[in-house]
Design a binder for this molecule. Structure first.
Ligand code: ZN
Length: 159
């Protein structure tokens, strides 16, 4: 089976069936390599294409697991939405700092954050947990392996 023939939506659906969302598997099925790496302090993630055309996501080993998962989703979003621009404008290498600033525009970073939230915190899993199971934001964040801050932003509960 050629994973690359599946659409992004099909790949997402396959790995969003139960919490936590399998972000590494989503990346793999898109043909991306994921590495937990020694990145400089203040850099959360990188997305780059090597000479053989393979795209790799690197996440900072020093950051919490939940944060690494969001960063992987953020870089997946850049790959899906912005890779042509990354090739053309950034010479095929993007580095996101801890505020997800990369040298691309604020609008592009907003798009990547929005899609990243849809990847790691899909509404059908949130609705299951908060509806039938009456789960608190803290418990749901734990189940989804995301930070409670990220979840509260998603739920519209942030200040
Ligand atoms: Zn970014």
């Amino acid at each position: 089976m050629m994973a690359s023939q599946d659409s992004f939506q099909e790949i997402l659906k396959r790995h969003q069936q139960s919490p936590p969302v399998k972000v590494g598997d989503i990346a793999r099925d898109l043909g991306l390599k994921v590495m937990v790496a020694d990145l400089p302090l203040g850099i959360s993630g990188k997305l780059s294409k090597d000479e053989s055309g393979v795209w790799t996501i690197r996440v900072n080993r020093g950051e919490p697991k939940s944060r690494q998962r969001f960063t992987i989703a953020h870089e997946i979003a850049h790959f899906v939405l912005h890779r042509t621009q990354i090739e053309d404008d950034l010479n095929s290498e993007l580095a996101d700092d801890t505020f997800y600033r990369s040298g691309l525009s604020k609008r592009i970073e907003w798009e990547a954050n929005r899609l990243a939230a849809e990847i790691v915190m899909p509404w059908h899993l949130i609705d299951q947990a908060t509806g039938v199971n009456r789960m608190t934001p803290a418990a749901l964040a734990d189940q989804l392996q995301v930070s409670e801050v990220a979840l509260r932003i998603r739920l519209g509960l942030a200040d």
